[in-house]
Ligand binder design. Structure first.
Ligand SMILES: Cc1cc2nc3c(=O)[nH]c(=O)nc-3n(C[C@H](O)[C@H](O)[C@H](O)COP(=O)(O)OP(=O)(O)OC[C@H]3O[C@@H](n4cnc5c(N)ncnc54)[C@H](O)[C@@H]3O)c2cc1C
Ligand code: SF4
Length: 428
């Protein structure tokens, strides 16, 4: 059987591994360790806020190795998953089809989305566990004529305990993440190598020959007939660049800014995050307790149980890049203008909830949906293969998006990964 090496075990990598195993003998390389949910008591971590130990968001990996924080320009931080399951383990489980830009290129993923709807449980009937304040924010949005809709969630959320820890890894096994695909791939014979970082692809004469892998202090070469690169929107461009293959400076990240207020006993910190969302032109608004800002931003000085926060998630312009492992990304003038409009909308929602603008405070500008540096084009609509790549090297992650969805991308990344796997199966 021909061999395939899949780099990365998140949304795209795990899907490709599951779909390719059997036709290929698959080895998945994952730089991080086996995922474990954050195990610490959040009340104790909150007490650390006053000690000065939580001075930099990057220190989160000391207590939660599955999360990595990268600094981008202008005070923005990027969060990503680093362990089996990639960033899907940190997600809030939102399931949204986001293939509008792909359709414009002539890419029809209907079949893949239909398969996904049969494979992954999605639940939207969680209104009965919303806290009263969330229900009233939902009503206010509707009164304002905003199209607030309950968020479809990947997993078995009819049993959700509303503990609010989704982004720290669901401790109750409710939320779906891509480790389920990895388990299926492994059951069918695939090999998962955690703590194995792919450094570069060895290629010549238009073909990938092997992957150079680091495991602790040791390096080794892993020969492959097929290589799937799914190390995420920041990891994939880095590996390509280190392999002598340039990407585009078209990074998007979907910046997130939380607008918050003190609202006594609202307990949003113990509630299913992003229970509903309002789709606006170029951004979404959704209730979200921002743990990173609570731990690391001095503006968030109130008790966790007394903070209510609305997240703005922006569809940013795809300008920026990764170079030598450093992320360069700042907001453009158009991004800032859209963000200011979104803040005004949030302020109006809070005003109607009885909170004056002067009482609002902001979270740290952050982002968790990097992608777009090897964007699909209309010419690649059938092949899903960029001509810059060796013929047996495919990318299957968020790097493929032509523009920022500004919305949860996991479902669409998995649909694209399914298509990549289908193309490889047919060719192999
Ligand atoms: C807090 C948070 C909440 C989110 N919530 C949602 C949500 O509700 N719904 C949604 O659709 N999206 C959500 N997202 C975004 C979503 O999780 C990511 O966009 C998605 O997982 C990206 O998939 P991917 O396959 O591109 O990469 P990832 O899932 O990030 O997987 C990449 C993997 O590659 C590994 N890797 C990197 N470099 C190497 C290397 N050199 N060698 C080997 N392995 C490597 C990484 O460790 C990682 O495990 C959220 C993101 C964050 C940060
Ligand atoms: S709120 Fe808690 S129980 Fe519900 S999905 Fe998130 S982590 Fe799991």
């Amino acid at each position: 059987m021909n061999s395939a090496v899949v780099i990365g075990s998140g949304a795209g990598g795990a899907m490709c591994a599951r779909e390719l195993q059997g036709k290929f003998q698959v080895t998945v390389l994952e730089a991080g360790r086996e995922f474990r949910p954050f195990g610490f008591n959040l009340g104790l971590v909150a007490k650390l806020r006053g000690t000065g130990l939580l001075f930099d968001a990057r220190t989160i990996e000391w207590i939660f190795p599955a999360m990595r924080i990268h600094k981008a320009g202008a005070g923005m931080i990027l969060a990503s998953g680093h362990g089996s399951g990639g960033t899907t383990t940190l997600s809030t489980g939102n399931a949204m089809r986001q293939d509008g830009a792909l359709r414009k290129l002539g890419i029809n993923l209907d079949e893949e989305f239909a398969e996904l709807s049969r494979e992954i449980p999605v639940f939207s009937g969680h209104q009965k566990i919303w806290r009263p304040l969330t229900a009233s924010f939902f009503a206010i949005c509707r009164e304002m004529g905003l199209d607030a809709q309950a968020m479809p969630k990947m997993g078995n959320h009819s049993h959700c305990r509303s503990c609010g820890r989704c982004v720290l890894g669901c401790p109750h096994g409710i939320k779906w993440d891509s480790r389920q695909l990895l388990a299926q791939a492994q059951k069918n014979g695939a090999r998962l190598l955690t703590s194995h970082r792919a450094e570069r692809i060895i290629h010549d004469q238009g073909r990938a020959r092997a992957v150079l892998v680091r495991h602790g202090p040791r390096k080794k070469l892993l020969a492959a007939d097929l290589v799937i690169l799914a190390a995420g929107g920041l990891g994939t461009p880095r590996i390509l660049q280190d392999s002598g293959i340039a990407c585009d400076d078209s990074l998007f990240v979907d910046p997130v800014l939380c607008v918050a207020a003190e609202m006594e006993h609202c307990r949003q910190d113990r509630e299913l995050p992003m229970p509903f969302a309002v789709q606006m032109n170029g951004y979404i608004i959704s209730p979200y307790f921002d743990h990173l800002s609570f731990f690391f931003n001095r503006e968030w000085r109130h008790q966790a149980g007394n903070i209510y926060s609305l997240m703005i998630k922006l569809a940013d312009e795809n300008r920026g890049g990764v170079s030598g492992g450093r992320v360069q990304k700042t907001l453009t003038a158009a991004d800032r203008e859209r963000l200011e409009g979104a803040v005004d909308t949030c302020a109006e929602i809070f005003r109607r909830a009885g909170v004056d603008k002067s009482r609002l405070f902001f979270g740290t500008l952050n982002a968790g949906h990097p992608g777009g540096m090897l964007p699909l084009t209309a010419a690649q609509a059938k092949t899903f293969h960029d001509p810059r790549l060796p013929e047996n090297l495919f990318v299957a992650d968020a790097s493929l998006f032509p523009t920022s969805p500004g919305n949860p991308p996991i479902l669409t990344i998995m649909a694209m990964a399914k298509r990549v796997a289908r193309i490889c199966r047919q060719a192999g």
